[in-house]
Design a binder for this molecule. Structure first.
Ligand SMILES: *Cc1c(COP(=O)(O)O)cnc(C)c1O
Length: 475
């Protein structure tokens, strides 16, 4: 159907005096497309509402400009993570230390010795940038780095167990974050899963009975995101290692988070370290770079020289390898671990885990009144003790004492709608604020809002635009 003759043409709008600024900001291709789309919209509206007056050139250009602004706006936005989950997978997991940020900026802007041996001018191996550090920090003989821990598990199984069997306890056939399930990864790696034991109990004799001529490895998987309690038994790594080694088979351990330090030294709950796992006899250990380690997304594989060499020769390694930005970020993060006395100050994730609740309480008390004033009589803002989670499946049952703000609607009958409105308004802020809805209240855990960020946070909140709250008048 043709345009109503009284709508301006695309050419006419492109030559409109207002369009010069749009052309300068956004270029001809996108401006033309946005104007066409605005015209198409206006045309269908005009057809749908017979007799309505067609849009003016200004209204059409407003629509085009709005579209262009959205098209050119960044999609990846900084947000405030007040969910109380420090390593929040949907919000990007670990925040990196300044040393890593600086190194990434440099790697983005300048050539580097990524695969170049500065000692002899020959070709290098990108793993060399971090391998000695990883080995020093874990006690392993060798290491290689891939895109994430899921890739690490895939690569290890594909190398060591293709067309063969891998024995795993039923209690450890976990699913991590929806898309990573041990049985599925096993299939994709071409390995056959042999399940032993029951969901809650697996014994040494179960492993022994499952081993045969097709066995390639025994595997233990850290039950990252769930805990079995009650009548349970699992076989410790050292005992599974002994069973494996008696048959010249390797023990593979997927540690998931994999910490490099004894977290108890920082007053945190205990989590088995990579070093302890290596010392228990694991031949290969895999873990994530962006969980408890506090670095970039990466999968770190450590183990014996011979097995790591075999893994590095798998053609999949080339497909799963990391880019220079990952290595640029990982290397300084690992170097921080060489100096544990300063670690809680420098490693951002550890600094967040170890923030005293009193610091968050002080912040909450400072923010309570300004937030109450912004929200008006529809809401009641309190500060309260709460608990943060480490997140990303690390220590699922452990929580950290924290403090924050709790916002409750002042009227019960409109509570649901008011809460939704508030939650949405916080998401629409220039820097969106993400909290947690629970028990008919919005909880804003201040653990991940460091004191230095507080002024910017308060200024951002001033932009809060709560829509009208409905029949009872404006909020
Ligand atoms: C998190 C986790 C994975 C996946 O690690 P990514 O780095 O997210 O790919 C695999 N196994 C276990 C046990 C985990 O906890």
């Amino acid at each position: 159907m043709n345009a109503p003759s009284h709508l301006p043409s695309v050419d006419k709008l492109l030559q409109h005096p207002r369009t010069a600024a749009l052309l300068d900001s956004y270029g001809k291709t996108q401006c033309t497309q946005a104007i066409r789309a605005a015209l198409a919209d206006a045309r269908s509206r005009w057809l749908a509402e017979a007799g309505s007056s067609p849009d003016s050139a200004d209204a059409l250009l407003d629509a085009a400009e709005h579209q262009l602004q959205q098209l050119f706006a960044p999609r990846l936005k900084a947000v405030y993570n007040l969910t109380g989950t420090v390593l929040h997978t949907n919000l990007g997991r670990a925040l990196l230390p300044q040393e890593a940020i600086d190194a990434v900026v440099q790697a983005l802007a300048t050539p580097s010795n990524l695969e170049y041996d500065l000692a002899d001018g020959g070709r290098g191996d990108r793993d060399d940038l971090v391998e000695d550090l990883v080995c020093r920090l874990t006690g392993a003989e060798a290491a290689t780095i891939v895109n994430n821990n899921a890739a690490a598990v895939l690569l290890v199984l594909s190398t060591l167990a293709r067309d063969k069997e891998v024995v795993v306890s039923r209690g450890e056939l976990v699913e991590i974050g929806g898309a990573f399930r041990i049985p599925d990864v096993m299939t994709r790696a071409g390995a056959r899963l042999v399940e032993v034991g029951t969901t809650n109990r697996t014994h040494e004799k179960d492993y022994e009975a499952a081993l045969g001529e097709h066995s390639a490895a025994l595997m233990k998987v850290h039950c990252s995101n769930y805990a079995i309690s009650g009548f349970t038994k699992s076989v410790p790594e050292a005992d599974v290692a002994r069973i494996a080694h008696a048959r010249q088979l390797p023990l593979i351990v997927d540690l998931g988070s994999g910490t490099l330090i004894d977290m108890r030294d920082w007053g945190l709950p205990y989590e088995v370290t990579v070093r302890e796992t290596v010392e228990a006899g694991a031949d290969i250990v895999t873990f994530s770079g962006d969980k408890l380690l506090g670095g970039p997304q990466a999968g770190i594989i450590v183990g014996s020289k011979a097995l790591i060499a075999q893994i590095k020769k798998n053609p999949l390694k080339r497909a799963l390898r990391v880019g220079k930005l990952t290595l640029a970020a990982l290397e300084p993060t690992l170097r921080l671990y060489l100096h544990p006395e300063k670690l809680a100050e420098r490693l951002t994730t550890l600094r967040l885990f170890t923030r005293p609740a009193a610091a968050m309480q002080q912040q909450a008390m400072l923010l309570q009144e300004p937030l109450q004033n912004l929200l008006g009589a529809d809401y009641v803002v309190d500060h309260a003790a709460m608990t943060s989670q480490i997140g990303s499946g690390a220590l699922p049952v452990e929580s950290l004492p924290s403090h924050g703000l709790v916002v409750r609607p002042s009227e019960r009958k409109r509570a649901g709608r008011l809460l939704q409105q508030l939650e949405a308004a916080l998401r629409q802020l220039p820097r969106p604020v993400i909290g947690r809805l629970r028990d008919d209240a919005l909880w804003l855990d201040l653990r991940c809002l460091e004191a230095a960020d507080q002024p910017a946070f308060a200024a951002n909140l001033q932009q809060l635009a709560l829509g009208s709250s409905g029949k009872d008048g404006p909020a």
